[in-house]
Design a protein around this ligand. Structure first.
Ligand code: AGP
Length: 610
């Protein structure tokens, strides 16, 4: 997620802003910039890479007397990391600057119409559209121009705007992406999170969704996006700085679980046109002939990414009708894989630096296969070695146990399967439109799940001392069971394994007794009755079963010992919702066991060695 900061007061703006950006470094970024207003002129410094590069620029030709400015650290989504893609972005004549966090979904349409009106763009980003849109509405009143511009924008944003005609104010606004105002004495601040400004003030106003603010040195006025004035109360932040980095959550993992609704919006952002069922994966790098020539797909990944690939197998085989194999990258690289120019290899990786996955990609390319990367980290090694890309836009994932990246990988694969199915003619347009509609509702469904985690915490309390756990799933949720087992074992150190529920009678059922709790993912309707039989087999041997089931299922409470309900959704999307209770269950168990949730023993966030 990008970092935003704005300052207006009596101190040197570049210093306050630079220090604030330093405090946002933990969020991860690939470029940064600062713009200040100095005697009616906007001065801009931005650079790719670490903030120390920006410091060099600031030390050379940057006015230190300016006391009004904005700054930004960028985690690239649209447009590669580069100086010209770094924020802040200006309008044609640099009369104003904008820093933005979020995704403008309709930016292509807006950009084309602004370009036809003569606006000259300097970057590849969606964010720059905001600067030109505000410019196109500006007639002397900056807040009015900002509101008019935002009325045309679809998508998520947190923005701060600096205009050369207005040395007495900054304007900011938010839709979905977080933004706060920090209240000082004779100075005020704007930031994407409290960490950036805590050393100056702990009195803040959390800007609510669809609100804006005019921030002056001695006052702040709040409005809704229609311009109606609002009364807003401030809060006093009593978090310590580390807690602030976690946004008040006790662990990054929990914060990232709660970020998942926004992550899905970011993964989808700008890539679908619901009305005509269009999917845009602009960096796919595969031509129509490549896609038609593909006779099979081999997916390679490690850990959580491998389980995401296993869900992808079900999605692609069901929607695209191409055979899909999933292979652990560490196995693929040594088994002299049978791949050729008619094989599409799909490598999935959050970090894009996993040694085994990189080696698998190189092996696949040596054998003539096209390789597509599904990746989170921009400009990572993997992104430079594949033929095409689908970025998952999960933002930096700090917790070693992957959560939001997994959800983003699944969401990206739904988009990929829909696109490939459309191209190969295996999907009806109405199915694609309906699935896009359902995908866009998922964030609210996850928010509903996250609004009441008490039942899951209670189950964690009950089972936190278990020595073993069995996870069962069928069909598209068999990988969900595997991911749930990985979450539990890697952060709570409880031995947990996953089985395809149908496999129980072929051996694992011998394990069942009263000391082996079972988590059954019973959310896919097509095999529900079979899974109920497996649950009963477990109970007949004194096993205890926790079932994850859809809230409309009234039968399951008569079957399982405990039930965790998830909102209903189409079967192909159930892996996205079903994994959230498993993430939370693992988190609560580990936390209750007093373990280091974010940095589990023996684990690294990115396994860059064999
Ligand atoms: C996930 O919770 C683990 N931390 C680990 O299995 C991880 O998924 C695996 O190392 C792959 O990492 P990557 O996605 O960065 O390639």
């Amino acid at each position: 997620m990008c970092g935003i900061i704005g300052y207006i007061g009596d101190k040197p703006a570049n210093q306050v802003i630079f220090e604030g950006l330093m405090r946002l470094e933990y969020r991860g970024y690939d470029s940064a910039g600062i713009a200040v207003l100095d005697q009616g002129k906007i001065v801009l410094a931005k650079d790719v890479g670490k903030l120390r590069n920006l410091r060099e620029l600031l030390l050379t030709n940057f006015p230190s007397i300016s006391s009004q400015g904005i700054g930004h650290t960028r985690w690239a989504t649209h447009g590669r990391p580069s100086t010209f893609n770094a924020h802040p972005h200006g309008d044609c004549m640099a009369t104003l600057m904008v820093a933005h966090n979020g995704i403008i979904e309709n930016y292509m349409k807006l950009k084309h119409s602004l370009q036809s009106a003569g606006h000259i763009f300097k970057s590849e980003t969606d964010s720059e559209v905001l600067a030109h849109l505000i410019e196109s509405h500006y007639k002397g009143n900056i807040e009015d121009a900002v509101l008019k511009a935002l009325a045309q924008v679809e998508g998520a944003y947190a923005i701060v705007v600096l205009h050369r005609d207005h040395s007495d104010r900054l304007v900011c606004a938010r839709k979905e992406s977080p933004l706060i105002v920090g209240l000082g004495k004779g100075e005020n601040f704007i930031a994407s999170d409290v960490t950036a400004i805590m050393q100056h003030t702990r009195r803040v106003v959390f800007i609510e969704n669809l609100e804006c603010a005019i921030v002056k040195r001695d006052r702040v006025d709040f409005f809704d996006l229609a311009g109606k004035p609002l009364e807003r109360k401030s809060s006093l932040i009593d978090w310590n700085p580390i807690a602030a980095e976690k946004g008040g959550f006790s662990h990054f993992m929990l914060k990232e679980i709660y970020e998942q609704p926004q992550v899905i919006r970011n993964t989808i952002g700008g890539r679908t046109q619901e009305e005509d069922g269009k999917i845009f994966l602009t960096e796919l790098g595969l031509t129509g002939p490549d896609i038609f020539r593909t006779q099979r797909i081999v997916m390679v990944a490690c850990g959580t990414a491998y389980y995401a690939a296993c869900v992808g197998k079900y999605l692609i085989e069901q929607l695209v009708r191409i055979p899909v194999e999933c292979d652990l990258a560490s196995e693929f690289r040594y088994r002299q894989p049978v791949v050729d120019r008619n094989t599409l290899v799909v490598a999935i990786s959050q970090s894009g630096e996993t040694a085994d996955t990189l080696a698998a990609v190189r092996e696949a390319k040596l054998r003539g296969a096209k390789v597509l990367g599904i990746v989170n980290a921009k400009e990572s090694t993997l992104t430079r070695e594949v033929d095409g890309l689908v970025y998952i836009h999960a933002g930096p994932e700090i917790g070693v146990a992957s959560t939001k990246a997994y959800i983003a990988m699944l969401t990206a694969q739904v988009l990929l399967a829909l696109l490939l199915g459309k191209i190969r003619g295996t999907l009806k347009p109405e199915f694609v439109q309906e699935t896009i509609r359902e995908l866009k509702i998922l964030p609210q469904r996850i928010e509903q799940l996250l609004s009441n985690t008490a039942p899951i915490r209670a189950l964690a309390e009950k089972f936190k001392d278990a020595r073993h756990f069995l996870f069962l799933g069928r069909g598209i949720n068999f990988p969900t069971a595997m991911e749930g087992a990985l979450k539990l074992k890697e952060i709570s150190y409880i031995h947990a394994e996953a089985y395809a529920a149908g496999e129980m009678k072929h051996g694992p059922i011998a394990l069942i007794d009263k000391d082996l709790p079972v988590m059954a993912i019973a959310t896919n309707q097509s095999v529900y009755d079979k899974l109920v039989s497996n649950i009963k087999e477990v109970q007949a041997r004194s096993g205890t079963v926790i079932a994850v089931a859809c809230e409309s299922n009234c039968d399951i409470k008569n079957v399982a010992d405990y039930v965790i309900a998830i909102p209903d959704c189409p079967e192909i999307l159930t892996p996205i919702l079903s994994v959230v209770p498993l993430q939370l269950f693992a988190y609560f168990v580990a936390d209750l066991r007093g373990l280091d949730v974010d940095q589990p023993r023996n684990l690294a966030k990115s396994v860059t060695v064999e």
